[in-house]
Design a protein around this ligand. Structure first.
Ligand SMILES: [Zn+2]
Length: 440
């Protein structure tokens, strides 16, 4: 029998109450391993536009690329997995797609790019599927088809890896007992080949979620060996079920590559804007900072929220500064206008901050006093006079540099500082690496 190449993508199987698309992928890979299919790449974990409101948690989709002699049996079984294990009662709208072809046409990656920075409605996804002979399966409204299609065709401009370990069922819902110091040590031992494991400034473990989902912890990094090594250094009394390594767009900042059109800011789109600060930023109740920038004669309001840690810095901006901001567009409502939620602040050029003050007496080095409106200034000590105020430059409390949110406010896609000039571009797959492990 002939081998066929089968691309499998699925999304939106999870909910806020537990379950997780990557865990379902882990269970599906466990099954595929038993079926002795040939894997052609690591599983993909693709994060899409984090700024759309109906996403489930991280908006992550999974794709698998395999070669098999019995595609029909496999499709049937995977469809069963998705139907059985998706959290449909909790509001998941799972979507599953199969594509049997060696190559993935370019229009798939275009679709993925749009899903990353914009909003694609499910109708478009269904149309795309039928125009491109994708086999689809969905429950609910079919929103999951968007990520499922986007994931199989994802075009990595850069990528990272994440090893995700999963809990045994008997531990679901229980507190995760991870030894903090081991994560701290792991970070030191694997830097800069892993990232965002531990927040030194807050003395906080970042690798483990807190919810009822089956994820035990996840280690992110630049190569398969490093994430496996990192995970092996994490100590806990809890025995985990197994783990899987994903190729991912996490940490690439790919959702903020596109330059937004200031004249036509689409709600929920993500990207960047460069412009001149139009007025002194306002600090709102709760510590959020609002400012506006002008781009192509168009004013855009920007919000910097307190949890990002960027608000105190943003409050130091002044009129005339040139900045590039990246983030997502929040829809206008009754109470607020359309606004860009800032995810990073890149200060390109600082304006000189000048104030006018009374002239200095050259002899006494004291500020002169006003002699009344329009009558100039006079030194109270030696009576020296001067007509005009002098301009003084105030040092700025912000620099011309890139400012990122605090680690705890990083999103899955946020490019961490240590990855600023790092790009993984060569896709290689080494099946001899232990990218999948199951203790059962
Ligand atoms: Zn004087």
């Amino acid at each position: 029998m002939k081998e066929t190449i089968l691309h499998i993508g699925f999304d939106d199987t999870d909910s806020t109450k537990g379950m997780c698309t990557t865990f379902l992928a882990y269970k599906i890979v466990e099954y595929l391993k038993q079926e002795k299919v040939k894997f052609l790449d690591y599983p993909y974990l693709i994060r899409f536009n984090p700024n759309i409101p109906w996403k489930t948690r991280g908006n992550g989709a999974v794709a698998l690329k395999i070669s098999t002699k019995k595609p029909n049996a496999i499709k049937k079984k995977i469809t069963w997995f998705i139907a059985k294990h998706s959290a449909i009662k909790d509001g998941a709208n799972p979507g599953l797609v199969f594509y049997e072809n060696k190559e993935i046409p370019k229009r798939f990656s275009e679709f993925g790019k749009t899903a990353l920075c914009d909003v694609i409605n499910r109708k478009k996804a269904k149309e795309f599927a039928s125009e491109n002979s994708l086999e689809t399966f969905y429950i609910g409204n079919g929103q999951g088809l968007v990520g499922a299609i986007g994931a199989i065709g994802y075009d990595f401009r850069d990528f990272t890896y994440e090893l995700i370990s999963y809990r045994r069922k008997s531990n679901f819902g229980k507190k995760r007992q991870i030894i903090k110091d081991s994560v701290k040590m792991m970070q030191k031992a694997t830097f800069p080949h892993t990232f965002n494991n531990f927040d030194e400034s807050k003395d906080r473990v970042l690798i483990a979620p807190h919810g009822p989902d089956p994820v035990f912890f996840g280690v992110r990094g630049e190569d398969v060996d490093s994430v496996i090594k990192g995970a092996s250094l994490v100590n806990s009394k809890e025995k985990f079920d197994g783990y899987m390594v994903f190729r991912s767009n996490q940490g690439t900042g790919d959702h903020l590559l596109k330059e937004l059109d200031a004249k036509n800011l689409k709600p929920f789109s993500s990207g960047t804007l460069t412009g001149k600060v139009l007025e002194k930023p306002k600090i709102e109740m709760g510590g959020h900072v609002i400012f506006s920038i002008g781009t192509d004669n168009h004013k855009t309001n920007c919000a910097v929220y307190k949890p990002t840690g960027l608000a105190p810095l943003a409050s130091k901006l002044i009129k005339g500064d040139i900045v590039k901001v990246g983030g997502g567009v929040r829809k206008a409502s009754k109470n607020h206008e359309r606004i860009l939620n800032v995810e990073f602040l890149d200060v390109h050029k600082l304006e000189k901050n000048r104030i006018l003050e009374n002239p200095l007496c050259p002899k006494c080095k004291k500020h002169m006093k006003s002699r009344g409106k329009g009558q100039g200034y006079e030194c109270k000590k030696c009576s020296q006079t001067s007509q005009n105020k002098i301009s003084k430059e105030i040092p700025r409390e912000i620099d011309e540099q890139l400012y990122l949110p605090m680690l705890s406010a990083h999103r899955h896609l946020t490019r961490p500082l240590q990855r600023m000039n790092r790009f993984n571009t060569t896709i290689t797959f080494d099946n001899s690496k232990k990218w999948f492990y199951n203790s059962n």
